[in-house]
Design a protein around this ligand. Structure first.
Ligand code: GLC
Length: 516
């Protein structure tokens, strides 16, 4: 209550609890009125605002800076059905490759090749499960997308295939900015065919990002999306198994984003950037996903994107951007993933441990414990303050971290089935307690507990040095995972939280498949 939210995709490096707007733009909210759950999807890509009692007490309102007042009212009356039907409208995902539900390791950046190979070796030597290694911007030749820095990675194909032999998939980052460089084929093709965005008065739009001055593809043009898709051919032939799209709010260093007068095709309905800004990132992710499919020989694509508009779940997973290594941010990540999941985007996760700064062993361990239950599970860091691999902490932390990553793998059949349910009927994978029992007013104020799928409830530990924590169990009967105690729901209990225990409860009567 008493809040107003703005949707205008923003590169909000080091955001906080009150930051508004953030990276993603999902013009959808849910409400509960006399136990009737409903949802409103505002089908409008302009800058939008949602106001809950701030403009006028006791009133919800929403508006946009352009476009049509076209919105969908979804009458649940169950909130879970609101979520499902919202995805009926905006789309459901395909099943991802199973490995994408495993553990991912990332840093800005792992290079050169020997560092990547050592990283892989360390995981195997230390017997910490890991399926995916992400290569951040420094694998490229001067940040030119779709190239390799041949000094750092002299034979990428060989490296990727050796990693594959050790059971690792490789993912590379691709940003939208294309370096202005007459010796660079992607730049030349883009200019020749008119694939880049223009300013209102004619010239090509320019903006500085990692490579320096860049032009930017107009992803709202279907021809540009087709072209962008074909650019992935080389990377896929090198064995790359998935793609990470970043900076697609779109972000520009000095100015924040594109000027309003930038021109876009908008699938043959030309318009300015005001109409496109919020959907630019999603369309980039769409083209990226389609590109992988062109060359993956019927294997499943995997894309992750930072910016997103409603419906992005058809093409990509998401992460919550440049967060901080603090306890507060562990809580923020928890809430963000619950809300994203209710908004059609279940395949979400945060930079485990925090992107900016260094977590201590305890914070890292608690974050890993939570993220085991987030569909996208990746450690990533800015690399500014040293490394953040699971073994960078004292042995007692490393052992717990290993056990939890193992738990993630043991639970994969359950997580995969939960994903199947999401892909099939749109059921959110992560569920806030209010989705589980909307008639229980206690659940409205419980933000930390959540369910993964139908049967597992967790309560992440979000404070340092605590040996127990209050947990609210919704209706029904629950087994304490750690000691098999059967507990009646609709009550608050005190759960033990020694370092190796995050509160986990299993719904009575459930069958949870485990794998080795
Ligand atoms: C942005 C991304 C971050 C990435 C960095 C370098 O800050 O959010 O994840 O590591 O750019 O590519």
């Amino acid at each position: 209550l008493n809040t107003r939210r703005e949707l205008w995709g923003t590169d909000c490096y080091g955001y906080g609890n009150d930051t508004d707007a953030v990276y993603k733009n999902i013009p959808f909210y849910m409400g509960l009125h006399k136990n009737v759950g409903y949802g409103v999807f505002f089908d409008n890509t302009f800058r939008t605002f949602f106001d809950f009692g701030k403009e006028r007490k006791n009133a919800c309102s929403f508006w946009a800076q352009g476009g049509e007042m076209r919105y969908y009212f979804i009458n649940g009356p169950k909130l879970m059905d609101v979520c499902r039907r919202y995805t009926f409208l905006t789309g459901r995902p395909e099943l991802p490759p199973k490995w994408a539900l495993g553990y991912h390791q990332s840093k800005w950046s792992y290079y050169p090749e020997s560092t990547v190979r050592n990283l892989a070796k360390e995981f195997r030597n230390r017997k910490i499960p890991c399926d995916v290694i992400h290569l951040d911007i420094d694998y490229m030749d001067g940040f030119r997308c779709f190239t390799w820095d041949k000094k750092r990675f002299p034979n990428p194909k060989k490296m990727v295939s050796d990693l594959k032999a050790q059971g690792f998939k490789s993912i590379v980052i691709i940003d939208p900015g294309i370096k202005i460089d007459k010796k660079y084929s992607v730049y030349n093709e883009g200019v020749k065919h008119g694939y880049f965005c223009n300013r209102g008065d004619g010239p090509l739009l320019k903006g500085s990002v990692w490579p320096g001055e860049c032009h930017f593809p107009d992803f709202t043009n279907p021809k540009v999306r087709d072209w962008w898709a074909t650019l992935y051919k080389g990377l896929i032939e090198d064995g790359i198994a998935g793609v990470w799209n970043d900076m697609n709010e779109p972000a520009i260093f000095e100015d924040g984003s594109f000027p309003f007068d930038a021109r876009h095709d908008y699938d043959g309905h030309p318009c300015t950037h005001r109409k496109v800004h919020n959907v630019y990132g999603s369309l980039m992710a769409q083209a990226t996903c389609e590109g992988q499919k062109l060359y993956l020989d019927n294997k499943r694509a995997f894309t992750i994107t930072r910016s997103a508009y409603a419906g992005v779940q058809r093409f990509a997973s998401v992460w919550t951007g440049d967060n901080l290594a603090t306890w507060e941010h562990l809580k923020i990540a928890n809430i963000q993933c619950q809300r994203l999941s209710a908004s059609g985007i279940s395949f979400a996760g945060s930079d485990v441990g925090g992107f900016i700064g260094s977590p201590n062993g305890e914070l890292y361990t608690r974050w890993i414990q939570m993220a085991v239950f987030h569909p996208f599970f990746r450690t990533h860091s800015s690399g500014d303050n040293g490394d953040k691999e699971p073994w960078m902490f004292d042995e007692k932390y490393v052992n717990v971290v290993r056990t939890y990553i193992e738990l993630r793998y043991q639970l994969l059949p359950y997580i995969y089935s939960t994903f199947w349910q999401y892909a099939t009927d749109g059921s959110p994978m992560i569920r806030s307690l209010n989705l589980v029992d909307q008639s229980d007013s206690e659940s409205y104020f419980r933000e930390e507990e959540f369910l993964l799928g139908n049967n597992i409830l967790v309560a992440p530990v979000s404070a340092e040095g605590i040996s127990s924590k209050k947990v609210y169990l919704p209706k029904g009967k629950w087994y304490n995972y750690w000691n098999d105690e059967l507990i009646k729901g609709k009550q608050e209990i005190e759960a033990n939280t020694p370092l190796d225990q995050m509160p986990i409860f299993i719904k009575a009567g459930a069958v949870i498949p485990f794998q080795p």
